[in-house]
Design a protein around this ligand. Sequence first.
Ligand SMILES: Cc1cc2nc3c(=O)[nH]c(=O)nc-3n(C[C@H](O)[C@H](O)[C@H](O)COP(=O)(O)OP(=O)(O)OC[C@H]3O[C@@H](n4cnc5c(N)ncnc54)[C@H](O)[C@@H]3O)c2cc1C
Length: 488
Amino acid sequence: MGKKVSIIGSGFSGLAAATVLAQAKCDVTIFEKNDQAGGRARTFSEAGYHFDMGPSWYWMPDIFEKYFALFDRKPSDYFDLKLLDPGFAVFYAKDDVIELPASLEGIYELFEREESGGADSLKRFLKEAEIKYNLAVMELMYKPSLSLFEFANAAIIKNLPHLDVYNSFSTHMKKFFKSPRLLKLIEFPILFLGASSREIPALYSLMNYAAFNLSTWYPMGGFSKISEAMLAIAQENNVELRLNEPVSHIEVHNGIAKELITPRGSYSLDGVIGASDYHHTENLIGAKYRNYNEKYWSRKTLAPSCLIFYLGINKRIKNLRHHNLFFHEDLDLHSHEIYKDPQWPSKPLFYVCCTSKTDQNVAPIGHENLFILIPVAPDLKDDEEVRNRYYELVISKMQEILGEDFRKNIEYKKSYCINDFISDYNSYKGNAYGLANTLRQTAFLRPSVRNKKVKNLFYCGHLTVPGPGVPPALISGQIAARQLLRHL
Ligand SMILES: Cc1cc2nc3c(=O)[nH]c(=O)nc-3n(C[C@H](O)[C@H](O)[C@H](O)COP(=O)(O)OP(=O)(O)OC[C@H]3O[C@@H](n4cnc5c(N)ncnc54)[C@H](O)[C@@H]3O)c2cc1C
């Protein structure tokens, strides 16, 4: 019998940890509070529509490949990846839309059309971004970040000036581009990191390399195909998945975690990985064993939450693409109302995903499947009245900008917001994407993967290293699993 390891949570980070530990011959059990694996990437089907509940942008395909290669597999062994062309569309106003082509040549042409010399500026910008990507994503992101010394190798020191850790992204991009439209396009990918471009280090222009050079993809069938693939690998390696079984307590004796307690029983263990939101996992152990207190958490910058509408429309909407960004309002004002002065946004920008443009199986024939997302500050008062107000606002705005009425064609509607994130995922303050990647919350400055007082307890997921998003969650689970293996 291998060492007994329990994993709390079956999101991407938990599944990644489980598969790596099972491959190392541990006896792994995953405890999941919900009735489905996948965490924030769960799905639901209603009225003939099939919705992905969370992630929709498949970026950094190399990180997925690297994960599957651990098991001698490829993503294509499990799902078909479709290249999206255009990668996405940005709506600035009615009849004013930019589409980002899939090919780099097409993107250069677009930049030149928007701004004289734009193509050359973009080439220089992306050349720097590529260096950052190769160093930061392929090397630094896989480090456990337990100490500064991990980053003291020759390649990193030599390339430190290229990493641009001390400039803000906002200052950096303005050195290359002047056009407000291009600046919005360049700024958009870093919004995933959960802070405004003034707070995010210029290092993260690597996200533009990911978006522009590595393209935007869609796993046919939706994001659950990825968690299903990971679960298949887990189950081949005898991982047990216990759904509908929330962990309520981790029993610790003399600095060693001994047992997990759930409403169905208690389970002895040799090691445990908390793949639920970090703040919640800490609350499963006695206060004296926690890494951080409430004061610490209250000072942290969380990535945003969001208000989502899942809609089924009984007709096609002509001007929508697969990914649509409605950037008709001031990005700075919306960012300010998320990060600096948290409140419901006065003039929200929003994102619309229309998977039925690519995937016939997500809506009845001739219908559209829409996912509308408004980023909002975490911890706001969330109620039906607010949700309805924003629903009316976004539908009116979409109709105006797209030049097409579809309100009367909405035959299915469900909203999802802060209160749901808390009740479904034990999310801290209802965050959607974890902890932001600001300069003070990057690498070893993020909550540690290791519990400093409980030897066999480690954490993974989007509140620890390396950060928010699906590719980082895949890496985070691998890091935590390898750390635990060293201690078993
Ligand atoms: C709406 C939305 C859109 C997003 N879009 C993108 C995108 O396009 N691209 C991208 O890369 N990323 C995106 N993200 C971010 C990405 O989905 C997350 O960062 C990532 O999935 C987090 O994975 P995780 O394993 O850390 O956490 P989770 O997926 O939240 O998994 C944690 C799991 O722990 C379970 N759990 C909690 N408490 C307990 C308990 N006590 N006992 C047992 N189980 C418990 C939860 O139910 C959950 O299943 C999006 C997120 C959201 C919400």
